[in-house]
Design a protein around this ligand. Structure first.
Ligand SMILES: *Cc1c(COP(=O)(O)O)cnc(C)c1O
Length: 429
């Protein structure tokens, strides 16, 4: 048996990188097998070190909304690189980027750039705490807000995938201020506020969750959170790292017509470069240094290559709002096709979808929170993942991740995905 290049690279990687990967979910540990090492990508397709081609439903976990190696973005980065890759001093491009974000998200008065979604969320939480003078905050089971200490409590994504209950290194002093309850459970939120009167600085939530598969907010849930935060003087933080600029030009806030007080971004905002951002109402944002004393900083924040990539992508999205209609149509087509072949297979399933986020749970009950996602047949998902991969369809390697569509997908790609699903189900059931 010949050993593939990916296998060779993975065994070599394990000698110098923890687990052979720079981010845990990439390791395929939960779905079993070895990760595939990628070489390049173009449009809707990934190519691995062995020359295999895959239709991509990860899209770098969201940023590649217009497909890989999108020419205007690539050219803008190349041109910008010639002017130096970093200054650590202000540039006009950062002003243009902030103005562009503000034009897309009307309730953002000020926005600060950082280099990851993690940084955006941890900074937004610090700001909410500094602004309210309170320590505690609420997050929802199965939501992921990056890997900063306070968020690693009942977190989604890799933390859920690897079933890590408590993270060594996160002290009780930190995690005791993290209050959690089930997604979509407004009564539980009310209860937490009643039990912690005047102590809760913020609620942070993925307005559409993507780190326990795709899970939609129930009718009235986000509206309820908005009302409670206003009544209790707490800050409502929408973590739009996945949904920002994806569900609509103005993200989930626009799509679901609810205004948060602070919003965090990542993924799409950097077009695949390391970018995050947090922004919101002037009254809160003016507490950030150097305007106020809530300290937050970054040597590479507003990096010119990262900014030009994000700026170019966001500008394309702004100028062509039809992209969102196309994405929605593609996702609806995929959903209908998946529904058809899944029904024919006889296996219980749930498909949750909004805009270009979609996921399949092998579940006989509705999937509305982490518990219902966790009680689906995720062992079957793991088999499904490999069966799809063998047929050239690259899904996220965990049932606790949403799939992201790119607008580079063609009708043929979607048909091939549906056909691969039909064949995979025949193979694994
Ligand atoms: C990916 C993600 C993060 C963390 O972003 P990083 O860039 O990986 O640090 C935070 N929140 C949500 C909702 C995410 O999906």
């Amino acid at each position: 048996m010949t050993i593939s290049k990916s296998e060779q690279l993975f065994s070599r990687a394990q000698n110098s990188i923890p687990g052979g990967v720079n981010s845990p979910v990439r390791a395929f540990k939960s779905v079993g097998g070895n990760p595939i090492f990628l070489k390049n990508a173009r449009g809707a397709y990934l190519f691995d070190a062995d020359g295999n081609k895959y239709i991509d439903y990860i899209n770098s976990w969201g940023p590649m909304i217009l497909g890989h190696a999108y020419t205007p973005v690539v050219e803008a980065i190349q041109k910008k690189a010639a002017d130096s890759t970093s200054f650590g001093a202000p540039t006009e491009l950062e002003v243009e980027m902030a103005e562009l974000v503000k034009s897309l998200v009307p309730n953002v008065d000020l926005v600060r750039m950082v280099s990851s979604g993690t940084e955006a969320c941890m900074s937004a939480l610090r700001l909410a705490r500094g602004y309210t003078g309170r320590n505690k905050f609420i997050k929802f089971e199965g939501c992921y807000h990056g890997h900063a200490d306070p968020f690693l409590v009942k977190a989604g994504s890799g933390v859920a995938t690897f079933n890590i209950q408590t993270v060594p290194g996160v002290t009780g002093g930190v995690s005791n201020d993290t209050l959690t309850c089930a997604y979509n459970d407004l009564d539980a939120v009310q209860q937490l506020f009643a039990e912690n009167k005047g102590e809760i600085a913020a609620i942070i939530i993925e307005p559409v969750a993507g780190n326990m598969g795709c899970i939609l907010p129930k009718e009235g849930f986000l509206e309820g959170l908005r009302r409670i935060c206003t009544d209790e003087g707490a800050v409502l933080i929408f973590d739009e790292v996945m949904t920002g600029f994806r569900l609509a030009p103005g993200g989930a806030q626009e799509r679901l017509k609810i205004d948060a007080d602070l919003v965090t971004y990542g993924k799409v905002i950097g077009a695949g470069m390391p970018v995050g951002a947090f922004g919101g109402r002037l009254e809160i944002m003016k507490q950030i240094a150097p305007l106020g004393s809530v300290y937050q900083a970054g040597t590479l924040s507003g990096n010119p290559l990262a900014m030009i990539a994000g700026y170019t992508l966001l500008q394309e999205l702004k100028n062509n709002p039809g992209i969102y209609t196309e994405l929605e149509e593609k996702c609806a087509y995929l959903k209908a096709g998946l529904q058809r072949v899944l029904e024919a297979s006889g296996t219980p399933f749930v498909i949750n979808q909004l805009g270009s986020m979609i996921s399949v749970h092998f579940s006989d009950h509705p999937v509305t929170d982490f518990a219902s996602a966790a009680s689906a047949n995720n062992a079957l998902f793991n088999k499904f993942f490999h069966a799809m991969l063998r047929r050239g369809v690259y899904l996220p390697p965990s049932a606790y991740e949403t799939w992201f569509l790119s607008n580079a997908l063609t009708q043929e790609d979607l048909d091939a995905t549906i056909k691969a699903t039909e064949e995979s189900l025949k193979e694994i059931l």
